[in-house]
Design a protein. Structure first.
Length: 156
């Protein structure tokens, strides 16, 4: 598998926005990440563009979640895909995640997906718009597929 971004591109380590910030998803987020998604499984499955079987309805053990976070961190460092945790700001509680990865059927297309906790549902459209703008302005990506949010304001 090749890098998702060109070799000379410095992958951003953070994005600060009003009320939240992004940083690479890693094992340091295990407890808060596990709590965030297990409290919101049905909400995540209902997120626009969300496909697949994750998160599992039966949940995961802390050890299984940690292994998943380590895999995401390794993919980030290898530049294959980029998973960011969405942290409340101020604070450090995990309120969601953003995933940037090549499409499985067409690697020239970048797929983006994100979720937020059910109790922070109002953040979904804001996160979508913020990430969409960030990717368009600062990332050297071609076609991006990121399911729009019904309540997200259009870009000017």
């Amino acid at each position: 598998m090749t890098d998702l971004v060109p070799a000379g591109f410095t992958v951003p380590r953070t994005l600060a926005a009003e009320g939240f910030r992004l940083e690479p998803l890693g094992e340091q987020h295990n407890t808060s990440d596990l709590l965030a998604w297990t409290s919101s499984i049905d909400h995540i499955h209902a997120t626009p563009g969300w496909t697949g079987t994750w998160p599992p309805g039966e949940g995961m053990s802390p050890e299984q979640n940690l292994a998943d976070l380590r895999r995401h961190a390794a993919d980030f460092e290898a530049r294959r895909s980029f998973a960011y945790t969405v942290l409340e700001s101020p604070g450090d509680a995990v309120v969601g995640c953003v995933y940037i990865h090549p499409d499985r059927t067409d690697p020239s297309v970048t797929k983006v997906s994100s979720w937020v906790r059910a109790d922070r549902a109002e953040l979904d459209a804001v996160l979508y718009r913020t990430v969409s703008d960030w990717l368009a302005a600062e990332w050297p990506l071609g076609e991006i597929r990121y399911a729009p949010r019904p309540s997200a304001p259009e870009r000017p």
